[in-house]
Design a protein around this ligand. Structure first.
Ligand SMILES: *Cc1c(COP(=O)(O)O)cnc(C)c1O
Length: 462
C-alpha cells in the first residue's frame, strides 16, 4: 500500500478533501461545511469509512456494483491481468480480454447485435451511439438526419451530446445554449401524465404523441434514444407495459434507428439480463456501462448491428471510417473485470437467485404506499423509487428547497445505511448479491426514515 491507514491523520485527510477535491453533483459550499465520509474498504454490500463505521451500500455505489465489494473472483482476474499488462491501445492493436468480452457480450445481447465498440463510461457509450447513428445515415446518403428524438425526463449522461438528448430540467437547463436541437416526446410518467391521461384507458396515448413527431420529422431524425422500461435518473419512472415495444414499432414504421440506453438497466438490474428482453425488443444500437465490470472499473460498450457496421466499410480513401476513440478504449484490466463479472452471473445463478428478492421487494413496497408523504411507489425488477409528495391527495410536490430526499438519506446514513435520492424520489438499488436479511434491513431503515419525517412537524405547515 502506498500509505498506511494507521499513520494517516484523519483530520488532515478531511482538510485535504475540502481543499482540493471537487465532488460531482455536489454543492461544494455545503460539502465543505460538513464532515466527509471517507471510504477505506468494502465487503459484500457494505462500505467501511476511515473511522471504522460500516454502511450498507443501498445504491450499489451509484448503480454500478453487482456482486458486492471485494469479490475474490474479480480481484483475482484483475490481479492476474495486471501481471501481464495493464493497458495497450485498441487503435491499431487488439488485446485478449477485449476480444473475449466482445464475444460474451454479443452472445448475451439480443439477436442481431453483433458488433461491440468500447469506450469508458455511460456518457461516452451514448456519444458513440449518437455519432454512429448520425454517420450511418450519412453513409446511406441521408445527410439531413441531424437530430434525435428523446424523452422528457431522460438521462443519458453528462457530456454535451448526452445532455442534448437529456430531459432533466434541473441538471440540463444551464447548458441549453451549448446543445444541439432535439425533438422531445412525453415521458411515460403515469403518476404525473403530461397528457393528463390515465393508464390503461389511455391506450398508451404518449406513443401517439411520439408518432406525431416521427411522422412530421422522420427525415431529420437519425434515431430515437430511450432508457428501456425505466427512466432511472429522471426519477425511477417506470413505463407501462407495451410502451417499449410500441417505441420499437414506431422506429421500424418510420425507418429511424432505435438506441436503447441500458447503462442503468443492464446486467440483471431489471430481473432479466437486459431490460429490452422483457418486451422482446431488439434495438439497432445498445449502450452498456455501469454494471459491466461489476462496479470495479470504468468501461462501456456500444453494441450494434451488422447492417450499421457494414455501412462504414469502404476503401481507406473513402473516409467512411468511424473517427472516434478514447485513450483507454478496450482497457485490459477493465475487460478482465467484466469477464469475471459475467462468470459470476453463471456460477452463482445470479438471475435465478434474484427472483425471490424481487418478489420480497414487491411485497414490502405495497406497505410503503401507506406511509406518510409517499405518493407513488415504482418498481422495475430490482430497482425501486419512492416518490415523496407534500400532499398525497393532490400529488403536490415538495419544493427543491425542502430537500425531502436528502433528509431521508441523512437520517439513514447516521444509522449505517447509505442511499442517494433523486430529488424527491428515494432510490432503492442495492447490489444484486444482497442477502434477504440485508435487503430487509435496508427497507426497514428507509421506512423508519420516511416515518420520521412526520414527527419533524415542519413539513405539514403548507
Ligand atoms: C448513469 C447513466 C448514464 C451515464 O453514465 P456515466 O458512466 O455516469 O457517464 C447514461 N445513461 C443512463 C441510463 C445512466 O443511468
Amino acid at each position: 500500500m502506498a500509505f498506511s491507514l494507521t499513520s494517516v491523520d484523519i483530520n488532515r485527510l478531511i482538510a485535504l478533501d475540502r481543499a482540493y477535491v471537487w465532488h460531482p453533483f455536489t454543492q461544494m459550499k455545503e460539502w465543505m461545511e460538513a464532515e466527509p465520509i471517507i471510504i477505506v474498504e468494502g465487503r459484500d454490500c457494505f462500505l467501511k469509512d476511515i473511522k471504522g463505521r460500516w454502511y450498507l451500500d443501498g445504491v450499489s455505489s451509484l448503480w454500478v456494483n453487482i456482486h458486492g465489494h471485494n469479490r475474490k473472483e474479480i480481484n483475482d482476474a484483475i490481479k492476474a491481468q495486471l501481471d501481464l499488462i495493464a493497458h495497450s491501445t485498441l487503435l491499431g492493436l487488439a488485446n485478449v480480454p477485449s476480444i473475449l468480452l466482445a464475444e460474451r457480450l454479443v452472445k448475451l445481447a439480443p439477436e442481431g447485435l453483433t458488433k461491440v465498440f468500447y469506450s469508458d463510461d455511460g456518457s461516452t457509450s451514448v456519444e458513440v451511439a449518437l455519432k454512429m447513428a448520425f454517420q450511418y445515415w450519412v453513409h446511406k446518403g441521408e445527410k439531413g438526419r441531424t437530430t434525435f428524438l428523446s424523452l422528457n425526463n431522460a438521462y443519458h449522461g453528462d457530456t454535451l451530446g448526452a445532455v442534448s438528448v437529456g430531459g432533466i430540467e434541473v441538471f440540463h437547463h444551464t447548458f441549453k445554449p451549448l446543445l444541439f436541437k432535439t425533438y422531445r416526446a412525453p415521458s411515460p410518467y403515469c403518476y404525473r401524465c403530461e397528457l393528463g391521461l390515465t393508464y390503461p384507458e389511455c391506450k398508451l396515448g404518449c406513443l401517439n404523441a411520439m408518432e406525431e413527431i416521427l411522422s412530421a420529422h422522420k427525415d431529420e431524425i437519425a434515431a430515437v434514444i430511450i432508457e428501456p422500461l425505466i427512466q432511472a435518473a429522471g426519477g425511477m419512472i417506470t413505463s407501462p407495459p407495451g410502451y417499449l415495444k410500441g417505441v420499437r414499432d414506431l422506429c421500424t414504421k418510420y425507418n429511424v434507428l432505435m438506441i436503447c440506453d441500458e447503462v442503468a438497466t443492464g446486467f440483471g438490474r431489471t430481473g432479466k439480463f437486459f431490460a429490452v428482453e422483457h418486451e422482446n425488443v431488439i434495438p439497432d444500437i445498445m449502450c452498456l456501462s455501469k454494471g459491466i465490470t461489476g462496479g470495479y472499473l470504468p468501461l462501456a460498450a456500444t453494441l450494434t448491428t451488422q447492417e450499421i457496421f457494414n455501412a462504414f466499410l469502404g476503401r481507406f480513401e473513402d473516409l467512411k471510417t468511424f473517427f472516434h476513440g478514447h485513450s483507454y478504449t478496450g482497457n485490459q484490466l477493465a475487460c478482465s473485470a467484466a469477464l469475471a463479472c459475467l462468470d459470476i452471473f453463471e456460477k452463482d445463478r445470479v438471475l435465478e437467485n434474484l427472483q425471490p428478492k424481487i418478489g420480497f421487494l414487491k411485497e414490502r413496497l405495497k406497505e410503503f404506499k401507506e406511509l406518510p408523504f409517499v405518493g407513488d411507489v415504482r418498481q422495475c425488477g430490482f430497482i425501486a423509487g419512492i416518490e415523496l409528495v407534500r400532499d398525497k391527495r393532490t400529488k403536490e410536490a415538495f419544493g427543491y428547497a425542502d430537500r425531502i430526499g436528502w433528509r431521508v438519506a441523512a437520517f439513514a446514513r447516521e444509522r449505517g445505511v447509505f442511499i442517494r435520492p433523486l430529488g424527491n424520489i428515494i432510490v432503492i438499488m442495492p447490489p444484486l448479491c444482497i442477502s434477504l436479511e440485508n435487503l430487509q434491513r435496508l427497507l426497514d431503515m428507509i421506512e423508519e426514515s420516511i416515518r420520521r419525517l412526520q414527527t419533524t412537524g415542519d413539513l405539514e405547515k403548507s
